[in-house]
Structure formats: C-alpha cells, structure tokens
Design a protein around this ligand. Structure first.
Ligand SMILES: [Zn+2]
Length: 214
C-alpha cells in the first residue's frame, strides 16, 4: 500500500492563509509549510503541526481540556497532482475522510460544538494577520481569514492518504465466510479466497473487489 490516491476530507474548523499559518508555526518553532500539507499518516503523533495545535488547545482549555481528543486537530490543505502549492490552509476541530463514498452523519461524526480552547487557538493564529506582523495583504485571504465553517478539502497522494476500516480488514487473516463455516487462513490472500468462495459456492452477487461506504 505504498501508493495512495489521496482522499477528500470533510471538516469543521477555520480557513486561514498559508502565510499567516506559517508565521504562527515559525513563531512556535515549527517548520513552515509553504503551502505543502503534512502527510496525513503522521497525524496525530508524528506531525509537529498537529502536536502544536493540540498542546495549544489543551493549554488554553485548562481543566476543561482533560478529555480533549488529539485526533481532532490538524491542518489540511487542498492539493491536486500537478497544481501549484496552496494559498489556503484549514485548521480542524472535527473531520472525517472519504475513500469513495459514505453517509455524513453530521451530529455524530462532525459535531458543530467547538471544543474548549479552540477559539483561543484561532485568535492566536489570526493575530499573525495583524498589520504589525508585516505579512503583505496580497498573501492573505481578506475577509475569509479565520472564517469558521464546514468545508470539503481534497488532497492527493500521501497528503490525503486515508485507509477506510473495511480496507484494513481485507489485509488481515484469517477471514471467515459469513454464510458457512469456511475459514481462509493464507496471509495476504485470505480475503480474496473468501470472496471467491462466497461468489462460487454461495452465488453472492458482489464483485471481487467491492468498495463499501467508508
Ligand atoms: Zn461459505
């Protein structure tokens, strides 16, 4: 699975110019992005940006941040193969990725409630857009700077890498038939053997490589 096609992320959070985000990162000892997003696979424990966001949020939240979920906070940027670097970044407080299709249960998966400490983090990042910080207006996104909302962002390749749970399960062995007692134990091909068996023996109307929601 070294190759990734990327994925779309649906997120709640705010929009910020890369110039302002980078100024915030540099002031906190984290490398600027210059418009290239982090690899998603590094989130949340191996991505310096994600760690910085989380530490800021729990710092601001104080006692209210004792059960803050570090997985919620990350930076993503739009990225398509062959296009130039992004001008815009998004800072999340809730997100999910889409492999090909899935139902969006907003209240469950993308709750609108803003976690404690997030608004303070937003204000701190936006303070780098101030006139005293010297970022040219041409590098900022005007009225959209800091805009809160529900956004969809596609990032290609490893920048958007997302492996849905059903795909993770396919790489595991053993696999069991859901219609009889047959078990398939060969590493790597157990899921293929199970699928072949279900189609041949049970007449299941399914392709060899279906992609369910997720
Ligand atoms: Zn069977």
């Amino acid at each position: 699975m070294g190759y990734s096609e990327g994925a779309t992320t649906i997120l709640r959070g705010f929009k910020v110019s890369v110039a302002v985000l980078d100024a915030f990162l540099a002031a906190n000892g984290v490398h600027e992005t210059y418009g290239t997003p982090n690899f998603y696979k590094d989130h949340p424990d191996n991505a310096p940006i994600s760690k910085l966001l989380y530490n800021k949020i729990v710092g601001y939240a104080g006692a209210a941040g004792s059960d803050t979920d570090k997985n919620k906070f990350r930076v993503t940027m739009p990225r398509r193969e062959g296009r130039t670097h992004s001008f815009v970044a998004y800072v999340t407080y809730a997100w999910l990725s889409v492999y090909a299709h899935r139902e969006l249960r907003l209240e469950e998966d993308l709750p609108a409630e803003i976690p404690a400490g997030f608004e303070e983090l937003r204000k701190e990042i936006l303070s780098f857009a101030g006139p005293d910080k010297g970022i040219p207006e041409s590098e900022k996104i005007g009225d959209d700077e800091g805009r809160m909302g529900l956004f969809a962002v596609y990032a290609h390749d490893l920048y958007g890498e997302y492996t849905p749970p059903w795909m993770v399960e396919r790489y595991q062995a053993p696999q069991q038939c859901d219609q009889c007692d047959a078990v398939f134990t060969s590493p790597y091909v157990a899921w293929d053997q199970r699928q072949e068996h279900r189609i041949q023996v049970h007449g299941v109307r399914e392709s060899r490589d279906p992609f369910p929601e997720g």
